[in-house]
Structures are given as C-alpha cells and as structure tokens.
Design a protein around this ligand. Sequence first.
Ligand code: B12
Ligand code: SF4
Ligand code: SF4
Length: 383
Amino acid sequence: MDRPGELRRRIAALGFDEVRYAAAAPMAANGLRDWLAAGHQADMRWMDRTAEKRLAPDLVLPGVRSIIALGVSYWPGGGSAGGGRPQFARYALYSDYHDTIRPGLEKAGRILEELYGACSADYRFYVDTGPVLERAWAARAGIGFSGKNAMLISRRHGNALLLAAILTRVELPPDPPLPGRGGPRDAVGLFCGKCSRCLDACPTRAFPAPGVVDARRCISYQTIENRGAIPRELRSGIGTRVFGCDVCLEVCPWNRFARAGRRLLLAARSGPARLSWAELLEMTPEAFGALFRGTPVKRLKYAGFMRNACIAAGNTGDLSLLPRVARLAAHDLPLVRAHAVWAVRRLAGAGAPAWLSAARAAETDPSVLDEYAPDESARPPAT
Ligand code: B12
Ligand code: SF4
Ligand code: SF4
C-alpha cells in the first residue's frame, strides 16, 4: 500500500485543502532572530520565549522526523468584502478556527496511528497554538511561497489559507518546495515579480522590508493583540477596521486564481458582517458576549473591542455618529473613554469641546485627560 499517499488522501478528506510533508530539519536560514532583535514582535513576549523551539522542532517533539503541513482555505470566492459597515478581517467571519480545525487534527492523528502503528506520543499538532513556524514549514513542504506581504501564498488558494502543522516521529517522504533559484531563504517574494502592491497599500506602513512585518505598526497586532491604548499616530490608518486587517492580502493579484474553499473545517458566522455602526457603538458587554461567542473576536474582550469601535467610528467622517461616540466618552472603562475622546475630536474638529464638555469636566483618569491635550492626529479626515 502507498501509505504516505493514503495518509494524504484521508487527511484531505477531513477537510484540509492542502496536505504536504516536510523533513523536520532545523530551520537554519530564517529571519526570526532578526525579526525579534529588531523588536518587530511588539509586546508578544511569547515569541521571544519560544524562539529556540520555533527554530528546532526537535525541542517541541524529541525524535521528530517529519512535519505534515496543512492548509485550510477560507476564500469564499468572489471579490472583496463590501464596505460601509464596521470591517472585520475575513477569518473573523467564521467561528474561531482554532476550535473548528482542532477536531480535524485529532482525527488526522488517529489516521496516523492507524496507518503507521504510531501512538499518541509520536505526534503533536498545532493550529496557531504552538511554537511552530507554520508559514516556513508550509513553504518548505511546497504549499506555497512567502509573499512580500509575509503571507504564505498558495497558487491554488491565494492568501486566504489558514495553516496547521503535525509534528511526527513517523518518517514521511518530503514534498519539494516550489521551484526557485537559491535556497529557501531566497524564496520570499519568489512569485511576486516586480509587484509591490501589498507594500504600497499597507495603511500604517508596517513593512520595514519585503516579507517583514513590524507588528508595532500592524493594524492586525494593534486591534487584536494589543490590550492597551493604540498609538495615536496609527489610529487614522486603521480606517473603519474593528478587528484585524486584510489590506495586504486583499490587494494581492494571486487571489484572482483562488478557487472557493470547501470550508469543511470552518463555520461561517453572519453576525459580525451585518453589524451596523449604531449597534456597534451601543454594544453592551452582554451583547458583545452573545454576538461573538465562539469567534476569534471574543478573545479580544469587550474593552479592546470598544476601543477599536471608537477609532473606526472616528474614521468614518460620518457626523451622524457623533452623539453615540460622545456618549462613549463617559463610558465606565477608561480605555474606551480615551479612544472615544479621540474619535469625537476627529469627527467634530473645532466643534469637539462642545460635545465633550460634560465628560471632560467629570474626567479624572490621567490616560484619558491626556487625550484632551492638543494633538495633530485628531484632525478631521480630509474629504
Ligand atoms: C505572530 C503572528 C502574527 C503577528 C506578526 C505577523 C508576522 N508577519 O510575523 C501579527 C499579530 C501582526 C499577525 C498578523 C496576521 N496574521 Co498572524 N500569526 C502569527 C504567528 C503566531 C507567528 C508568526 C511568526 O512566527 N512570525 C515571525 C516571522 C519572522 O515569521 P513568518 O512571517 O511566519 O515567516 C517569514 C520569515 O521568517 C521567512 N522564513 C522563515 N523561515 C523560512 C523558511 C522557508 C523555507 C521559507 C521559504 C521562508 C522562511 O518567511 C516567512 C514569510 O515571510 C502565526 C502562527 C504560527 N505559529 O506560525 C500566525 C499566522 C502567521 N498569522 C496568520 C494570519 C491569517 C494573520 C493575519 C492575516 C490576520 C488578520 N487578517 O488580521 C495578519 C497578517 C499580517 C501579515 N501580513 O503578516 C496566519 C497566516 C496564514 C498564511 N497563509 O500565511 C498564521 C500562520 C496563523 C495560522 N495558523 O493560519 N500575526
Ligand atoms: S495586515 Fe494591514 S497593517 Fe498589517 S501589514 Fe498587512 S496591510 Fe499592513
Ligand atoms: S501583492 Fe504583489 S508583492 Fe504583495 S505578495 Fe502579492 S504578488 Fe507579492
């Protein structure tokens, strides 16, 4: 029996759109150390703590011989997501993929046991949940190439491909990386040619170099991982995004070749995409819990979400939102008040003091008072 082929076929049948193998040699040539040394990880200290393991899979699973690199396409087919409403990263329009892909990984592990006589100690699996360089393994196994936008881009699925990995002591015949000149390191931007759309389109200029994201400037980091105040100089670039950012993915011409994903390991959620500005700005902690239960947004928690809502509303230029945003300047949570003050100032310009006078008089928190100080970045958007 062709066991590697049978393994691949059965794992694909679970709903994985890509199933490829790589030999588990250490990741010698990669930019992780430079990335960390430059501080591009922002406050994600866990990236520093786990760097050794990310580079040496043997430290994650002693005796590991192969990596099964997996991809799950979440491309819905068709064009870009519509505007006008608060924007969410596409992956947030599904139940939390960590939860929905995990059962597929468990089943894949059992298939490995069955076909190779392995036991559960002979493999470990991760979907964004462990010290594994998922993109680099996917590139090495030939799922796709590293784009200038730092995404692992599949020629079949485009940019909307979630990754997972199974580390195993079972030896599997490695699949080749996509053909290219030089070693794997040279592969960044391999199929980009002269294109630089993603680098040019990033609203907050988060690419210090092609293929390198400085998380400190990335909207995805700021709106999802950062739990504190969002730096003022980045707020206008966030636009109307309330959770994550897909700009550098969406502009990529490789999406044109993407076929719609089967999405067997995903569960679409219609709620977030339908949210209106009024519902967003009037959201209570209870409504937040109900709407986002089981989605990636839930992990951001209410305070961070309302912080983002204020920034996004401030960037709409829609004066009809002013009463609701101004009400948030008197919110219980200082983080929300601070960003609401910014948003009122951005929307109302010279008229802001009138909208904020009551909240300003009652304010005692230094971090919020700071937002009332003169600030260039709170100017109304140019029309
Ligand atoms: C930390 C993190 C972030 C950070 C930092 C992003 C970054 N670029 O590193 C922040 C919060 C900003 C972020 C944002 C996003 N993320 Co994120 N993130 C991660 C995480 C946990 C670790 C990434 C990491 O190690 N970064 C360090 C840098 C140095 O490594 P890298 O970019 O992965 O690898 C590059 C180089 O090191 C080099 N390289 C290194 N070794 C090798 C070896 C070979 C052979 C080759 C060819 C290249 C190579 O090429 C790579 C690509 O340029 C991974 C999950 C995981 N465990 O891998 C998800 C992950 C990368 N994120 C993902 C997603 C979907 C996103 C967002 C699109 C979410 C959103 N819509 O808001 C954005 C996209 C931003 C962007 N353009 O990168 C997906 C990406 C899927 C894909 N097809 O690439 C992952 C893999 C999660 C998953 N399981 O699907 N993320
Ligand atoms: S996710 Fe958005 S902010 Fe981050 S690098 Fe891409 S375009 Fe820039
Ligand atoms: S937008 Fe252009 S430069 Fe960026 S990843 Fe796609 S092909 Fe490469």
